[in-house]
Write a protein that binds this ligand. Structure first.
Ligand code: NAD
Length: 421
């Protein structure tokens, strides 16, 4: 059994657990344990040296009950269909918990993009777009950036889709460059949401954010922005990491300097070559076990495992990544009294501003950045309060509260829509 297969099983376990608290039957929720539609594509690409290679890609739509499917696109050598299924399901619950009119989907290609040239990556992206063309569109399914994809990749998807359509369709993807219909505030949206949710939980717990020590695993689009925005709020970022190493400074790192360093020269530069007298190198595992106030996993799935959970010393965990905590680890964290803000709430900022981008595209409008930040904050605080109140009322964890809120909305939509026959 692969690691990813277990991830989808974990999603099912989480649904079952919430359903039990809600007093629902298997009949009520069985549809949530299956995806609506899955496409596997084989993508033949001519490499720069003239040789041919075939890459495998997926697009999975978990639910379109509450609106068009929405979900990112991941490029990673470990991508599997089962992983994409889990990621698609999380999108359904995420959009429901923050109450935006979308269902959930996700895409992925089994590729290590660091081994491809820019031209090869562009050919692969365009071929993938052509292959999944029947599934996507502004009213059907709207991709966005995820691990190892960015606005440039979204621009290629938008151009390929538009070429086939015969006219420009900006609303087919979100997270595009601003010049072709991207939204202000999208690049920082997920990290900004992580900051909002960290601020809210600290406030609820009566703990100061100013001076709070923060460790962040993963210094990509989500982790780096969360670091910078939390630093702006007065928190002290003592450790960050990427796939190559972690770095630590008891006096605090400088998030902006690190962002400038890692983003220098186009493709992301790894932290292993970062030199600073005040910062020492640590492993990713050491980072997770640091004596900090706030731990933010913002890399990938299954990072907080049973073994590590025992050693975690943070008082609050805010999940920037999707699925970073295993169900077994969560039981240990709960026993230890560590408060965890779950992924479907904590990292929903990205899909919220993606929603704003799509709304601007289909109405040919352009909102200003402050308006976007304000609207994102309003939606996220409302969702936080819904989840917090539900967890207090039912005496359950914030993850259980978030799933209860989401499942309730999905069941209402299902009841209203009724059956085909
Ligand atoms: P990214 O590719 O920009 O960054 C990922 C970072 O994690 C990189 O620094 C990478 O080196 C690091 N990393 C990868 N594997 C690691 C490991 N095993 N240990 C330590 N570090 C590791 O990706 P991203 O968009 O920032 O996404 C990060 C997470 O957030 C993913 O789980 C993604 O699904 C989730 N997420 C992203 C968005 C978004 O808008 N980009 C929205 C919601 C959720």
């Amino acid at each position: 059994m692969t690691k990813s297969l277990k991830i989808f099983e974990q999603v099912i376990e989480t649904i079952d657990n919430a359903a039990k608290i809600m007093g629902l039957s298997e009949n009520d929720i069985v549809f949530l344990k299956h995806t609506e539609r899955e496409l596997t594509v084989n993508l033949p690409i001519t490499m720069d040296d003239g040789s041919g290679q075939v890459f495998k890609g997926y697009r999975v739509q978990h639910s379109s009950l509450r609106g068009p499917c929405k979900g990112g696109l991941r490029y990673h050598e470990d991508v599997t269909l089962q992983e994409v299924q889990a990621l698609a399901a999380w999108m359904t619950f995420k959009c429901a918990v923050v109450n935006i009119p979308y269902g959930g989907s996700k895409g992925g290609i089994e590729v290590d993009p660091s081994k491809l040239s820019d031209k090869e990556l562009e050919r692969l992206t365009r071929r993938y777009t052509a292959a999944i063309l029947p599934l996507i569109g502004p009213e059907k399914d709207i991709p966005a950036p995820d691990v190892n994809t960015n606005s440039t990749v979204m621009g290629w998807i938008m151009d390929t889709y538009s070429t086939f359509a015969g006219y420009t369709v900006p609303g087919v993807v979100t997270g595009k460059p601003i010049d072709i219909g991207g939204s202000l505030g999208r690049n920082s949206a997920t990290g900004r949401g992580v900051m909002f949710m960290t601020r809210e939980i600290m406030h609820r717990l009566g703990k100061p954010l100013i001076g709070a020590k923060v460790a962040i695993q993963g210094f990509g689009k989500v982790g780096s922005m969360a670091a910078m925005l939390l630093e702006n709020e007065g928190a002290k970022i003592v450790a960050v990491s990427d796939v190559s190493t972690g770095i630590y400074s008891a006096d605090g790192l400088n998030a902006e300097e690190l962002i400038n360093y890692t983003s220098d020269g186009g493709r992301a530069r790894l932290l292993k070559d970062y030199e600073n007298k005040k910062a020492k190198k640590i492993t990713n595992e050491e980072l997770l076990e640091l004596d900090v106030d706030i731990l933010i996993p913002a890399a990938t799935e299954n990072q907080l495992t049973e073994d590590i959970a025992d050693k975690i010393r943070a008082t609050v965990i805010v999940e920037g990544a999707n699925g970073p905590t295993t169900n077994e680890a969560e039981k240990i964290l709960k026993r230890k009294g560590i408060m965890l803000v779950p992924d479907i709430l904590a990292n929903a900022g990205g899909v919220i501003v993606s929603y704003f981008e799509w709304v601007q595209n289909i109405q040919s409008l352009m909102w200003d950045e402050e308006e976007i930040h304000r609207a994102q904050e309003r939606i996220m605080i409302r969702a936080f309060n819904d989840v917090w109140n539900c967890s207090k009322e039912k005496e359950v964890s914030l993850r259980e509260g978030a799933y209860i809120v989401a499942i309730d909305r999905l069941l209402r939509a299902k009841k209203i829509r009724g059956q085909l026959i």
